[in-house]
Design a protein around this ligand. Structure first.
Ligand code: SAM
Length: 275
């Protein structure tokens, strides 16, 4: 908190022309800090902003992001102060996540979802993580005792996923597949739980999740929905998107975080059965 005030003061003092375009928040990932400079003017001053932020936080490297793009939600940005190598190990809930924030994203807002998985009893359960990234959900699930089949399309994220499984001592419980989860779903049979941590389009993957889950197993669907909708409508939208031959019972609808002024990110848990 104090460093935030100090950062704001230094910006006003040293960069008065752009101070109001620079956010006063940043993300701390291991010994690296990541600041979003989505405003063009702020981006133009990224090195000066980075220098101040590094002095205020004592970070080893400062990464500035210009935007986040595409299916992979890939960061577009660079190191603007400190060590050029931004690869770091971020610790959260006792889990180690190795990543390079100039190459892969780390969503802070899903912390409660990760905690929930870590605290579940998944001993001996089979979990299929369809959008595994660097292991955001795969690692807590494996640490909670599950056998995890993890699919990830982006080779950079996939490499970190393999390394992170090893770093957390769960490489024996995690099988990683570099590829499209729709292909991987063909040979997953009878998963107890399928994690669908995509966003903006998750529902179109439901037929593949249903193919992989056991009768009576659980899907955890992450998706963004209109803020004005409320939980009942969100639950209905997910149930209506189930493929023919399946019926669902919604167990829980959780609002994970605000995604944009109009959209909220939800996690919907549902039990599915074959008709
Ligand atoms: N669960 C993560 C979290 O908590 O932040 C979200 C991961 S990110 C939003 C989605 C990931 O899915 C990306 O790493 C992307 O590369 C991967 N992805 C996208 N389409 C995919 C597909 N068809 N098969 C497998 N992975 C995919």
């Amino acid at each position: 908190m104090l460093s935030r005030e100090e950062f704001a003061r230094r910006l006003e003092e040293e960069l008065p022309d752009v101070a109001d375009s620079v956010p006063h928040r940043w993300q701390e990932l291991g010994d690296v800090v990541v600041i979003r400079l989505f405003d063009e003017r702020a981006w133009a001053y990224r090195r000066e902003v980075g220098r101040i932020l590094r002095e205020v936080t004592g970070a080893r490297s400062v990464v500035a992001l210009r935007r986040v793009s595409g299916t992979f939600r890939e960061p577009v940005g660079e190191v603007v102060a400190g060590d050029r190598n931004a690869e770091t190990v971020h610790r959260e809930l006792g889990i180690r996540f190795k990543l390079d924030p100039t190459r892969v994203m780390f969503a802070r807002g899903n912390l409660e979802e990760r905690r929930r998985l870590l605290e579940s009893d998944l001993e001996g359960k089979l979990v299929f993580d369809m959008f595994a990234g660097i292991g955001y959900f795969t690692l807590p699930a494996a640490l909670a005792g599950a056998e995890v089949i993890a699919a990830e399309l982006n080779p950079v994220a996939c490499r970190y996923l393999v390394e992170n499984a090893r770093l957390n001592g769960v490489e024996g419980r995690v099988r990683v597949f570099l590829g499209d989860c729709r292909e991987v779903a063909r040979f997953v049979r009878a998963a107890d739980r399928v994690l669908m941590g995509y966003l903006k389009g998750t529902l179109k993957f439901l037929p593949y999740a249903c193919r992989a889950v056991r009768d009576g197993g659980v899907l955890v669907v992450h998706e963004v929905f209109q803020k004005r909708w409320g939980e009942d409508r969100v639950a209905r939208e997910v149930l209506n998107a189930l493929p023919d031959g399946f019926e669902g019972e919604v167990l829980e609808v959780r609002r994970v975080k605000s995604f944009s002024p109009a959209l909220d990110h939800y996690a919907v848990e549902l039990r599915v059965r074959r008709r």
